[in-house]
Design a protein. Structure first.
Length: 362
């Protein structure tokens, strides 16, 4: 038995919003304009091969976009039908959907609740923070959240830390507490513009460090955090003797694969580029795809900068995310763009985090 984790883009980059910082819009250069939807033959091949590869182990499907709910309820009913058809008796299957929440309705939610889907809602804070880069979508997202609560389906919040909300850590934290959002992911926005410089909507390293430290002070709450913040939880995992679940802090990449709507396979959704394509689900096996992902991509994670090799915090970050290593000079052995932010934050928070980790180990 083996575990398999797949990040699937059933509608490619298609979305009902037009967020200014969306990194995935660039895939239009590969897949062209117009509507995209995974064909049933591709979907069944994907599910069949995933179940065969896992051989009764855990199979995790993360449905993302663009906006994955554009695929429609019928698509996800078919997903479940195929997983049941091709999975072994008693096999564990996990499904998650990352959505902007504006298309959620009762039919979607009842289906997701019946089959224990994990829902992630993209929300960048209160209305001013959320709509600064995501258009007038705050009301629609909050209506979706209200419906999730009414129908009692658990969810978490994914917030992109960008040039606007990074300057407002207290406002962001207080918004989470006020709204009762107990599970939160903070994802730094670090993108380059057409000139190869840091984009205006990205968060710079100095600002991100200040944000993390101030947000951490609020989260600490006298040693009794009231909100689960995935980034802090990831560090606690490492300090408690577990492997990091955040791929950016792993010692190697290639533990999951990204699949486009037409079955194209990539080693990471940050690297959906022609030169990084591993093959197609139509004729490639997952055994070969994972091997290629490790050999041609994952091993680059170990090629850390010489400064990283000597850094006392390497045991936590392992040189950081490959995407962020390319920001300054397109070199995989460069420092993670957020390196200085991480180092300062680790030094600022480590005593308190170790205190919590000690309690976890006990």
């Amino acid at each position: 038995m083996k575990n398999i984790e797949l990040l699937v883009k059933p509608v490619s980059f298609d979305c009902n919003l037009a967020c200014s910082y969306c990194f995935y819009k660039s895939t239009e250069s590969i897949y062209g304009a117009g509507k995209h939807l995974m064909e049933d033959k591709i979907l069944e091949t994907l599910v069949l091969k995933a179940m065969q590869y896992s051989n009764g182990g855990l199979a995790v499907f993360s449905w993302q976009g663009g906006e994955p709910l554009l695929a429609g309820v019928t698509f996800y009913r078919r997903v479940i039908e195929l997983q049941q058809k091709h999975g072994k008796k008693g096999q564990r299957v996990g499904n998650s959907v990352q959505t902007n929440g504006t298309l959620l309705n009762e039919e979607f939610i009842k289906l997701f609740k019946e089959y224990n889907f994990l829902l992630g809602i993209s929300l960048d804070g209160d209305r001013p923070m959320h709509e600064f880069h995501r258009g007038k979508s705050f009301e629609g997202a909050m209506k979706g959240i209200a419906l999730l609560r009414e129908l009692e389906l658990d969810f978490n919040i994914l917030t992109v830390i960008n040039s606007f909300n990074a300057a407002r850590p207290a406002d962001l934290y207080n918004f989470y507490v006020k709204e009762g959002f107990d599970f939160v992911q903070l994802i730094p926005c670090v993108e380059k513009d057409s000139m190869g410089k840091l984009s205006e909507f990205s968060v710079d390293s100095k600002t991100y460090c200040k944000f993390l430290c101030e947000f951490f002070d609020l989260w600490w709450n006298g040693g009794k955090p009231a909100v689960s913040v995935r980034f802090f939880d990831n560090i606690l995992e490492i300090l408690s003797g577990y492997d990091a679940t955040y791929c950016g802090f792993k010692s190697t990449c290639g533990d999951y694969l990204a699949l486009e709507y037409n079955g194209d396979i990539y080693p990471c959704d940050f690297f959906v580029k022609k030169e990084r394509k591993l093959g197609s689900i139509k004729d490639a096996s997952f055994e070969d795809s994972f091997r290629l992902a490790k050999e041609n991509f994952g091993v680059k994670k170990a090629d850390v900068n010489e400064k990283c090799a000597l850094c006392k915090w390497k045991y936590i970050c392992n040189g950081g995310c490959l995407k962020y290593r390319l920001i300054k000079d397109d070199n995989f052995s460069s420092l993670d763009y957020l390196c200085e932010a991480y180092k300062e934050f680790f030094g600022y928070s480590i005593v308190r985090l170790k205190t919590l980790a000690g309690g976890i180990r006990q």
